[in-house]
Design a protein. Structure first.
Length: 256
């Protein structure tokens, strides 16, 4: 335990002198020593490269499984079109013991500290009732407002962008379409509440209204079922193929 605490402190501070002191005192096998010596290198803006380096140091199947999990998460983020905003740090240590998987923080260029943070905890909810895997995030409202002021970003109702809800059903091709719409200025909210095909049209429309969206689109595999939330018969969908990009773009823009 003493050596473990010393190692965690050295990693948390990213302190090479403290890590050297740990290596001098801790009885480690050569493979473990090599891994510890290179720990502080395992971070950067190229997550795949960091993961590749980490795989050469992994000592057991549990480590490899963790790296596989991180790569799978990265692939999803890449599909969302935000891979270039990810900095992977395998030396990050959170002192909250209930985390069981990935942890994360959100930063904005205007501030030198995180505006949000969270992670995966599979066992926490079970201490209060039935066990349930979960991911949580806490947002610092004061920090968020400060970042907004620094960006001098003011929205008015007159220039509010199109707002739509999309059930991507965990499909990478759909994520790419969503990124194109966002690049054109639309606010696209991704529905993460399971598979939209398991809900009725009325339930999906109600979810869109709760998000103040004017359109709700559900990915079907090669196109979208489109629900116009503004209409009385909103629960009746119209199918539009993904290949009909012009019609879809016009539809999105009409939701202003």
């Amino acid at each position: 335990p003493q050596h473990q605490a010393q190692l965690l402190q050295a990693i948390d501070r990213k302190s090479e002198p403290e890590l050297d002191e740990f290596l001098q005192n801790a009885p480690l096998a050569s493979t473990a020593r090599r891994a510890v010596e290179r720990l502080l290198e395992l971070h950067g803006a190229n997550p795949l490269r960091v993961l590749e380096q980490a795989r050469t140091l992994a000592l057991n199947s549990a480590m490899h499984e963790s790296l596989d999990n991180l790569e799978a998460i990265y692939q999803v983020l890449d599909a969302y079109g935000v891979a270039d905003r990810i900095h992977l740090d395998l030396t990050e240590i959170r002192d909250l013991g209930y985390y069981t998987g990935i942890t994360f923080q959100a930063f904005t260029p205007e501030l030198g500290f995180a505006i949000a943070g969270g992670g995966r905890y599979d066992n926490l909810i079970g201490t209060f009732g039935a066990p349930k895997p979960a991911v949580g995030v806490a947002v610092g409202i004061d920090r968020l407002l400060l970042a907004r002021r620094l960006q001098q970003h003011v929205e008015t109702a007159a220039d509010a962008p199109p707002r739509v809800l999309v059930a991507a059903n965990h499909n990478p091709a759909c994520y790419q379409i969503i990124q194109a719409w966002r690049a054109q200025g639309a606010v696209v909210i991704i529905d993460v509440n399971g598979n939209s095909q398991e809900r009725t049209g009325a339930e999906f429309v109600e979810a869109a209204r709760a998000q103040h969206a004017k359109l709700a689109l559900s990915w079907t595999g090669n196109g979208f079922d489109v629900y116009d939330v503004r209409q009385p018969s909103a629960e009746l969908a119209t199918y539009i193929a993904a290949s009909d990009e012009t019609l879809l773009a016009q539809l999105i823009q009409s939701s202003e």
